[in-house]
Ligand binder design. Structure first.
Ligand code: FAD
Length: 645
């Protein structure tokens, strides 16, 4: 068997985005020797791309804001399917996490009286997003990185070794979580540059690997988002929650083809940008659903007045939650009122002076100028929906971030499910990373310190050997299954998978198409067993793609199976054959587990697939939280039994 580098840590954090770094800082500060592993370079996680801001009810711009209002907005945005305790903790703790970032050196934009500035975003009743221009994620990661370095300097002064208590392993991909009986014992992975294997032994593992967007062809997500953490948890025995909910952001670039899907931040609409169709009509006024009618302006004049006088006017419908706006754009294009390249027009040029646009939206200005040769201070952008975020994820305990059913496993950030229900509000991810990253780090450290029996879990050599064999398989695809045909190109398989999910399980879903998707996934699963690569293990991108396939296939099947099962439309899940939201479905969560309980991958059994689905009742919402809503609103969401209870 190949050489494997082995090390012992207390807590291993997989992922160095906002959630992973916040977890690592917390675990180290609570005394745990902590290792962080990330697939890309340190500081280059997906979080860096976040633009608009961090949602936190600090009330700096409108003093009417508080955690209860934020909680209400989050529940409405998620159509009441949110794990309500997470939404409560998130709304209560987000302001503290933002102020804490500031004490660690984050430089937020300011209000005129010197407080942290907050901007409007879809679904948020008040200006709530703390921001740094449209580069907030970069500042968040920069600050957390700086905090990691300052802790390492402290450790150096005490131990003479910067990495004695907190070490980052960059450009390393984890492929398996290892277990000792039911509990976690560490992780197995490979260094991308050298191809060498490593095992980090630890009683606690925090998964913070982000999302799954690379399973769709048109996406705002970076190359890292192949659903690794979702699959690692699934393979380790933890269920995934409500994977049918995938957010299609309404505004991605649609032109030129090479940049299709790249995000156009919601700040453009938050700062006054409007959506128009090819007739020049501000069409969003035609798409305000009944549940939101009372809260949104009925006329352009009222919507425009709201920017200056939000207390006496209602917000424009361009600021509806993302799922509503994405569906509206999709409908306009389908009706033949789209822009020349298949989107609609998003215009700030007629709404703000050029210098204000360049100051408030600098990245958007450069993005369009450099990638599409469009000057957004003088002309409208063309935009359309793009796969952006997954609300579904690892089922976790709300308070501790512990993954269900696997002692020692924790999850935080986009990879964790529950917090956002069926649809996430913009800005609620960055705050989620900080709130639950911290909680995961804390509980992982406590678990590592107080292991029930006191003994560290043992790493099983047979599991390490099996993980190494699995990772090496693409190098011997030809000899592994000679009867099954020639080796397959992993690039081709990726493309076919992405096209399948985009076309058949995309923004508008239909039963026959989802069934077709499951058949295609079964075919791809069989072909993926023959995904072959040439060359050696030193920085071999084909090999990395081949290994990502297992994860992409698993999460795609979860999305397709759960989407087929949920016969209603809610948030990020829209069924053409079941177009209405059904109150009875609010009471149901869908859990995905491996179909083969021994943890095997039944790759050759297309009929059965790899995923089993289970319905589970949602936890009733605590009465004092329900009391924050008017009864007339609750009847739109809750089933009669819940209301009477
Ligand atoms: P990430 O930041 O993606 O970090 C994942 C980490 O896991 C990375 O370090 C990666 O290398 C590592 N990793 C993955 N797989 C493995 C593996 N197998 N082994 C080892 N390491 C692995 N949200 C907001 O709230 N406000 C915004 O303004 C906003 N703007 C956005 C703009 C864009 C363009 C996009 C795409 C998203 C935006 N979001 C925004 C969403 C938000 O950025 C993400 O949801 C969030 O950053 C996810 O953070 P994370 O810590 O969960 O994961």
């Amino acid at each position: 068997m190949p050489v494997v580098d082995r090390q012992q840590w207390d807590v291993v954090v997989v992922g160095a985005g906002g959630a992973g770094l916040r977890a690592a800082v917390e675990a180290r500060e609570r005394g745990a020797r902590t290792a962080v592993i990330c697939k890309s370079l340190f500081g280059k996680a997906h979080t860096v791309m976040a633009e608009g801001g961090i949602a936190a009810a600090m009330g700096n711009v409108n003093s009417g804001d508080n955690w209860q209002v934020h909680f209400r907005d989050t529940m409405r945005g998620g159509k009441f399917l949110n794990q309500w305790r997470m939404a409560e903790l998130h709304a209560q703790e987000a302001p503290q996490r933002v102020w804490e970032l500031e004490t660690w050196g984050a430089l937020f934009d300011r209000t005129e009286d010197g407080r942290i500035s907050q901007r409007n975003f879809g679904g948020h009743e008040y200006p709530r997003l703390a921001h740094v221009g449209d580069r907030t994620g970069l500042e968040l990661i920069r600050t957390l990185q700086q905090k990691v370095v300052s802790l390492q300097q402290e450790d150096f002064r005490e131990t003479g070794d910067h990495e004695s208590r907190l070490r980052v392993f960059q450009e390393c991909t984890v492929t398996r979580v290892l277990k000792d009986g039911p509990r976690v014992s560490g992780v197995f992975g490979y260094e991308r540059e050298t191809g060498r294997f490593l095992v980090l032994e630890a009683p606690s593992v925090v998964i913070a690997t982000g999302g799954i967007g690379k399973s769709f062809k048109v996406t705002s997500n970076s190359w890292e988002y192949t659903g690794d953490g979702h699959s690692l948890a699934l393979l380790a025995g933890a269920p995934l929650l409500n994977m049918e909910f995938v957010q299609f952001h309404p505004t991605g670039m649609v032109w030129p083809p090479s940049v299709k899907g790249i995000l156009v931040t919601e700040s453009v609409r938050g700062d006054g940008g409007v959506l128009r169709n090819s007739d020049g009509k501000r069409f969003m006024f035609d798409y305000v659903p009944d549940v939101f009618k009372e809260k949104y302006a009925e006329s352009e004049a009222e919507g425009d007045r709201w920017y200056d006088d939000p207390d006496h006017n209602r917000r424009p419908p361009e600021l509806l939650p993302r799922d509503e706006v994405a569906r509206a754009i999709n409908a306009e294009v389908k009706e033949g009122r789209g822009s020349p390249h298949g989107g609609v027009f998003l215009d700030v040029s007629t709404r703000m002076p050029a210098d204000v646009i360049r100051r408030r939206l600098p990245s958007m200005y450069h993005q369009f100028k450099e990638l599409a040769d469009v000057d957004i201070t003088a002309e409208a952008m063309e935009v359309g929906p793009t796969c952006h975020y997954v609300m579904g994820g690892i089922a976790v305990d709300s308070d501790t971030a512990a993954a269900r059913g696997v002692p020692g496993l924790y999850a935080a950030g986009e990879v964790a499910g529950g917090m956002h229900g069926s649809n996430r509000l913009g800005g609620n991810s960055l705050s989620d990373l900080l709130v639950f990253g911290r909680r995961a780090g804390r509980h992982a450290a406590e678990h590592a310190a107080g292991g029930a029996s006191g003994a560290r879990p043992r790493v099983d050599d047979a599991q390490v050997d099996a993980a190494a064999a699995e990772a090496l398989r693409p190098f011997s695809a030809e000899t592994q299954a000679p009867d099954e045909g020639p080796p397959e190109n992993p690039y081709t398989l990726h493309q076919e998978l992405q096209q399948t999910m985009n076309d058949l399980v995309g923004i508008i879903r239909r039963e026959p198409e989802m069934k077709q998707a499951l058949e295609k996934l079964a075919e791809l699963r069989v072909r993926a067993r023959r995904a072959g690569v040439e060359g050696h293990r030193q920085f071999n991108p084909g090999w990395h793609l081949a290994l990502d396939l297992r994860n992409m296939l698993l999460v795609s099947e979860c999305v397709a199976r759960a989407a087929l099962e949920r016969t209603e439309s809610r948030g990020g899940h829209t069924r053409e054959d079941h177009p209405a939201m059904d109150r009875r479905w609010r009471a149901a969560n869908l859990l995905c587990t491996l179909a083969d309980p021994t943890g095997g991958l039944a790759a050759t059994d297309p009929e059965r697939g790899q995923i089993a689905l289970e319905r589970q009742a949602t936890e009733p919402i605590r009465p004092d939280l329900l009391a924050l809503f008017e009864k007339e609103e609750l009847v739109k969401y809750l089933a009669d039994e819940e209301l009477s209870g």
